[in-house]
Design a protein. Sequence first.
Length: 404
Amino acid sequence: MKVLITFLTFLLFVNVNAQWVLLSGTYGASRCFVDDGVNLFAGGGGGVFLSTNNGNSWSSIKQGLTNTDVRSLVFLGTDLFAGTYGGGVFRSSNNGTNWSAVNSGLTDLEINCLTVSGTNLFAGTDGGGIFLSTNLGQTWTQVNSGLTGISAKYVTSIIVHGNNIYAGTDGSGVYISINNGQSWISSSLGGRNVYCFSVSGTNLLAGTYGGVYLSTDYGTNWSNASTGLTGSTGIDVRALVTSGSSVFAGIYNGGVFYLNSIGSNWIEANTGLTSKSIRSLTVFQGYLFAGAGNGIWRRPLSEIITSVKQSSSGLPDNFTLHQNYPNPFNPSTKITWQSPVSGYTTLKVYDVLGREVALLVNEYLNAGSYEVEFNAFGLSSGVYLCRLINNSGYSKTIKMLLSK
C-alpha cells in the first residue's frame, strides 16, 4: 500500500508540474515583474509582492506605497522603482521594505511604464508623454520633442535596444530616440496600439493590438510576425519575453504562445491555464511566470521549450564544442557539444565586434552530450563566434559562417 501511495503521489506531482499552476497569495499582482537575480517581485492592483523562493510563496511589501495600482517595476542599481497609475513613481532602497514617492517635476502621475538606460530612468505616462530622471528619481524633466499628436503622449511601453530607445504608444505606433530621449521620431509602425517590446539578438519585437511585429534593422522597417497567434477578442498582445532563442507572447483573452526561434510559427502553450487574460510575462530561474486577471501562474520552461536536446545518456570523456553543421549555413545550423561534468551552462553567439547576438542556452545541464539549433534569421552574412561556458571552468569557442 505504501508503494502504491508513493507512486500515485509521484504521478500527481508530474501532472501538476507539467502544466500551468496558479500560485497562491498572488491575487492583485498580475501587471509587471522584475527580479534582482535572487528574488522575484510582482506588481499589480494590490501593490508590490515579493517571493524569495521562486514563486512558492509571496509577501506583500507596500509600506509607504500610498498608491497600490502598480503598472511597472525596474531596478536601477540597487534601487527598486515602482510606477503607479495616479500616484507617480516610488523608490525603495531596501528591496521594497519601505517606499517613498519621487515625483518632483513629474506633472503626470499616471505611469504606464518605466525603463532604465545606463544611469537614466524613463517614465512613460498616460497622456503626459515621457519623463526623464538622471538622479534616481529625485527630479524629472519632460522629454516629448517629436511626440506629435495626442495619442503619441499616451506611452504604454519603453525599451532600450542597441543605442536607441523605443517608445510604444496607444494609437501612434512606435517612436525612436537616438539621442537618449532628447528627441523622438515616428517609425514606420505607426497608427497602432503598442503595448510591449522584447529583444531577441539583434531583432526587436513589438506586441500590438493586432499581433506581433518584427524589426531586423533597429526599427526602420517592420513586418507582421503573428502566424499561429489567436485570441478570443483579437490578437491583443500585452506581454513579450525572450529566453535564449525562444520568445513568449501573452495574449489578452488568448493565453501564452511561444516561438522556438525567430522566423518560425507561434505555438500555443496553455495547458492548465484557465485564466487567459495575460498582462505580463517573465522568465526566472527555469520557470515562465505569467500575470493574469486572477494572479500569477507558473510553468517550468523545460515543459515548454525542448530546443536543447540531450543526444546521449553516456558520460563523455572530455569537454568539446563541435563545429556547427552545416557550415556555412543559411539561416539555421545545429551546434553540438559534450561535457564530462554537470554545471550551469551558457551558449552564446557573438558577431566579429564582440556584440552578443543570441543567447541559446542559459541553464543548469547534467553531464552529457547536447544539441541545439541556431536560427540566424534577421542577421547579416558574415563570421560569428559561438562560445560555450560551463561554470566548472570549461570554455570553448568556434567560428561559424552565415552565407545568405
